[in-house]
Ligand binder design. Structure first.
Ligand SMILES: NC(=O)c1ccc[n+]([C@@H]2O[C@H](COP(=O)([O-])OP(=O)(O)OC[C@H]3O[C@@H](n4cnc5c(N)ncnc54)[C@H](O)[C@@H]3O)[C@@H](O)[C@H]2O)c1
Length: 267
């Protein structure tokens, strides 16, 4: 049974709900985040749900903190079966407004944090013939306006996951990538962008999700068990992805008119 799990960004939102979903199976969890108070709360909830484990402060930008986390999994669990690269931050702004620092910050956490997580844990996963679950976003597939740095980081996570799927097949390390649409979490706390108006627009999108972080964690759990590579938890996301594959121009036109509306609102 694959029940030793490491999750980054486990102190809040989706990371916490994934921890709780696996805890209900009696999993042992390595919970990592920069938010230590959030981690303590997740561990308490994990124990109430039937799991156990430990917390460790880990900034996914720092490779040495990820290798230290892998070492802790080795010491405390004798290895690891599943890693979930989930830690992430939100950003927005039209391309001409995004600074190069905005790009570096976004790529360092949302893309390189995932690359570093995969690299630090690969030796353990090869031994256990384990699984990688990378949390990307529908932004990776749809490229909505005024969030180019987030779109690029998340598209990178999908491309990385596809690359690893192919490379690791023979080594029997499984790979899954998750692309949710908006859903309610604390993601906006990390929002970086030039317009307060944009932050409140995204806030409305998060609130409007028909499914919760807990629903998404359940869906991921079920799809990973089925061996599904690309996991799209929102029904509307699955429909939009189908349209994009059949007729990408229709999606580009839709996004272009959305960009016009957003520019008008941002003025
Ligand atoms: N909420 C959404 O609408 C949505 C949609 C698609 C994808 N996602 C993705 O889901 C993942 C989880 O986000 P969430 O919505 O649960 O948000 P959240 O803010 O509730 O949780 C994210 C967690 O990541 C942690 N984190 C941020 N930077 C970190 C760093 N450098 N090192 C370690 N931990 C760090 C935060 O402290 C936080 O606890 C993210 O990758 C996000 O991009 C979210």
């Amino acid at each position: 049974m694959q029940n030793r799990i490491m999750i980054t960004g486990a102190g809040s939102g989706l990371g916490r709900e994934i921890a709780l979903r696996w805890a209900r199976d009696g999993a042992r969890l390595a919970l990592a985040d920069v938010n230590e108070a959030g981690l303590a709360e997740t561990l308490k909830l994990v124990r109430e749900a039937g799991g156990d484990g430990f917390t460790q402060r880990c900034d996914v930008r720092d490779y040495s903190q990820l290798t230290a986390l892998a070492q802790s999994c080795e010491q405390q669990f004798g290895g690891v079966d599943v890693i979930v690269n989930n830690a992430g931050v939100a950003s927005g702004g039209f391309f001409e407004e995004l600074s190069l620092e905005d790009w570096d910050w976004q790529i360092a956490i949302n893309l390189m944090g995932v690359v570093k997580g995969c690299k630090a844990f690969l030796p353990l996963l090869e031994r256990s013939k384990g699984k990688i679950i990378n949390i990307a976003s529908m932004a990776a597939l749809m490229q909505g306006p005024a969030m180019a740095n987030y779109n690029v980081a998340k598209a990178g996570v999908v491309a990385l996951s596809e690359s690893l799927l192919v490379e690791f097949k023979q080594r029997e390390v499984g790979v899954h990538v998750v692309c949710p649409s908006f859903f309610q979490t604390n993601l906006l706390d990390s929002f970086r962008g030039p317009h307060p108006e944009m932050k409140s627009q995204i806030g409305k999108l998060l609130e409007g999700s028909p499914i919760s972080a807990a629903d998404i964690a359940d869906y991921i759990h079920a799809e990973v068990a089925k061996g599904e590579f690309m996991i799209l938890p929102h029904e509307m996301g699955r429909a939009a992805w189908k349209i994009k594959q059949q007729n990408p121009q229709a999606l580009y036109d839709e996004m272009a008119s959305m960009a016009v509306k957003m520019r008008a609102k941002a003025k």
